[in-house]
Ligand binder design. Sequence first.
Ligand code: NI
Ligand code: MN
Length: 225
Amino acid sequence: MLKVTYYGHSAFRLSDGSQSLIIDPFLSNNPVSPVKAEEIKADYVVLTHAHGDHIGDALKIAQQNNATIIAVFELANYCASKGAKIHDMHIGGGYNFPFGRLKFTIAHHGSSNNDGQYMGSPAGVVISMGGKNLYHCGDTGLFYDMKLIGEMTPIDIMLVPIGDNYTMGIDDAVKAVELTNPKIAIPMHYNTFDVIKADPSIFGKKLTDIGKNSIIMSYGETIEI
Ligand code: NI
Ligand code: MN
């Protein structure tokens, strides 16, 4: 069993009933987040890259929960320099954590922090937890190797950016789902700001047309698979 909660933008909390983690916890400055960072309980914080709309409240949430931040080497060590407990990894590497296995994938994007410092490669992440496999694409353009990601780990849930401008737009996101072939696709990284406005029902419709399932999550909603 895996519970997935959406806080808007690219922020999701995963729980298997005993362990929990939060991915890209952009909450306090996120205009659509239904929760504040202070309310979040998590054993781990997973970061795909260092942009402000992803690192968000990571340091605060890690500190208040005595949680470990999992990220690529450069970003993890930046978090450690700010006092966080970390587990550093890199693209292509997986590790068996108490909650399950986590592996970083490529993502085509940037990753500097708010001070403009280089924070290593941006990433996507495949997480096996509660008997399910979830792929959070991070921020990325479309790439053909998504097919390989889905072949190496059959994906139950794929979290896909659809907002365009900084990431894939709807048509590329539909192709990404076709390549990865998950059981369910969930759109993310849209409608947080004007520049990434997108209609998720169009994404859902285009997936239906190619025989793929999607769930459009509302802010604060939890689904269980
Ligand atoms: Ni970004
Ligand atoms: Mn972003």
